[in-house]
Design a protein around this ligand. Structure first.
Ligand code: NAP
Length: 484
């Protein structure tokens, strides 16, 4: 299979926060991979910008080192790394001050696409938007890319939207959620809307329930202070998990185009019922074999912040009436595994003698660590001895299906940045979507605060608090094991 890479138009991409963790770990290595894939035109320029007093040579060296650190040797070609780095530029700039803005204005071309990636703390988004405008650097065709977190509640999200809207149209704002850049997430839409097999079954008549899990093995480690003000609900559920829920539950859009898709996602969020307190389990990891507890990591032994959330929600519309969506996310769990699991109902009538086992079709869409899909079907157990049933997987892992070309599948960040240059907002969150998501999440968090809710503890390396299992069992169901 030959992968098709269409070069994008010439652009100037400025990465504010170009010396930061995200820029060094994801954004610039991702751009290097697109450079190697041949997607970047010769005229494209990438400009790092931050307060650090570096010259261009110093910045190139920094990114050269980052590529060595974050891209495996087998995927690196030293000549190409050097060529890529030679194209980088750097401007020392202060988002909150005046230093560096004239230099930036002189550097940015007005006749090519201008993209400005705000890979800095959200408190700087407004200042950057304003200065880009004031110094005549941005124009009507420029795009800005903003990182998460997009607010910490409805009020702050509204404020951020308003600040950005002072200088940029909604069509110029790209709110990034890297989960949406994953190949499998787009494949979920292809599977649903490009096949006749699934869509007729994709409703309350045939689906028993859906599980969406994003499990991590890491704790909050060094960023405990930041995380403690946020927690799993704000850090993961409000954005990543809700986006996955939307793509799973939405109606077919009339076209695969940005606003058609985002309109359908918004309708899902607006159809979500408020969640009953007994349908949510919050957790915090405990100390384990010399490893610190969440509270120790957070530096607050009385912290009530959630490092785990499991919840049951309902999309109150015709398609999904009575079908629970179970969401689960947490840190320091048994494995690093993110997946969407669609559990179909049992056939309406049992033709074969009951063997005491429940046989159901299960479609699992794996996002992490290896992207792929798996459909389990029930067949006859081979051999003599009567009609015994067994469930077997119809497996489609991208690495196997695409063979050597699996490496050509872009990672989430690189795909999304190329979408920015192409001007395609389909995989980015619209302002109203983000606000609607906060409107649903806010009352849940306010309820915890009002009740002084204390999270349940769970063992490091476990499946989460036992209450999460109990919540499922009450419904006569089980969570899928958290395993890669
Ligand atoms: P970071 O490592 O702290 O980097 C922050 C960057 O901002 C640095 O390059 C810093 O450089 C620059 N900066 C700080 N103040 C500035 C100012 N006044 N003017 C200009 N530049 C300034 O943070 P990060 O982890 O890269 O995260 C960046 C953004 O991405 C945040 O919004 C974060 O929430 C989001 N995010 C990060 C990750 C991740 O994995 N790291 C994941 C998802 C989202 P100087 O100090 O030299 O100015």
């Amino acid at each position: 299979m030959v992968s098709r890479v269409i070069p994008v138009e010439p652009f100037d991409l400025v990465i504010f926060g170009g010396t930061g963790d995200l820029a060094r770990r994801k954004i610039l290595p991702g751009l290097y991979r697109r450079f190697v894939a041949g997607q970047m035109p010769k005229e494209a320029r990438i400009i790092g910008a931050a307060r650090s007093d570096l010259d261009t040579a110093g910045y190139r060296k920094m990114i050269h080192e980052a590529i060595h650190e974050f891209i495996a040797e087998k995927d690196r070609d030293e000549t190409l790394v050097q060529e890529f780095c030679k194209g980088l530029e750097y401007v020392t700039i202060d988002a909150m001050g005046e230093g560096g803005w004239k230099e930036m204005a002189a550097l940015i071309r007005q006749d090519v696409i201008g993209a400005f990636y705000f890979s800095v703390a959200p408190s700087l988004f407004g200042a950057l938007a304003e200065r880009l405008h004031l110094h005549g650097i941005s124009n009507d065709t420029s795009r800005i890319v903003v990182e998460k977190p997009f607010g910490r509640d409805l009020e702050t999200a509204r404020e951020l939207n308003a600040v950005l809207a002072e200088h940029f149209e909604e069509s110029q704002i790209y709110r990034i959620d890297h989960y949406l850049g994953k190949e499998t997430v787009q494949n979920l839409m292809a599977v649903r809307f490009a096949n006749v097999l699934f869509e007729p079954l994709w409703n309350a008549q045939y689906i028993d329930h859906i599980q969406i899990t994003a499990a991590e093995t890491v704790g909050v480690g060094g960023r405990g202070g930041y995380y403690d003000k946020s927690g799993a609900m704000r850090d993961m559920v409000q954005n990543h998990l809700m986006q996955l829920l939307c793509l799973t539950a939405m109606e077919p859009p009339s076209k695969f185009e940005p606003n058609a898709v985002r309109d359908e996602k918004l309708k899902v969020i607006r159809s979500l019922e408020p969640v009953e307190p007994h349908h949510i389990v919050r957790g915090q990891y405990d100390a384990h074999e010399g490893e610190p507890s969440y509270r120790e990591d957070a530096g607050d032994l009385k912290s009530r912040t959630d490092s785990f959330v499991a919840m049951k929600c309902h999309v109150a519309n015709w398609r999904w009436a009575g079908v629970p969506f179970y969401l689960r996310t947490g840190k320091k769990l048994a494995d690093r595994a993110s997946e969407i699991v669609v559990v179909f109902k049992e056939p309406p009538h049992h033709v074969f003698d009951a063997d005491g086992k429940v046989h159901r079709n299960v479609l699992s869409i794996k996002l992490q660590p290896n992207e792929g899909m798996n459909l389990s079907v029930t067949i006859k157990e081979p051999g003599p001895g009567g009609m015994r049933l067994m469930d077997v997987p119809l497996d489609m892992s991208f690495a196997e299906t695409l063979g050597d070309n699996a490496d050509a599948v872009p990672e989430a960040y690189e795909r999304l940045i190329m979408d920015v240059i192409r001007g395609n907002q389909t995989l980015f969150m619209r302002g109203d979507e983000v606000e609607a998501a906060w409107s649903w999440v806010d009352p849940i968090i306010q309820g915890w605060e009002a009740r002084n809710d204390v999270p349940k503890t769970y063992d490091v390396g476990s499946q989460g608090p036992t209450d999460a299992e109990t919540m499922m069992r009450r419904d006569g169901r089980e969570w899928m094991d958290i395993k890669a």
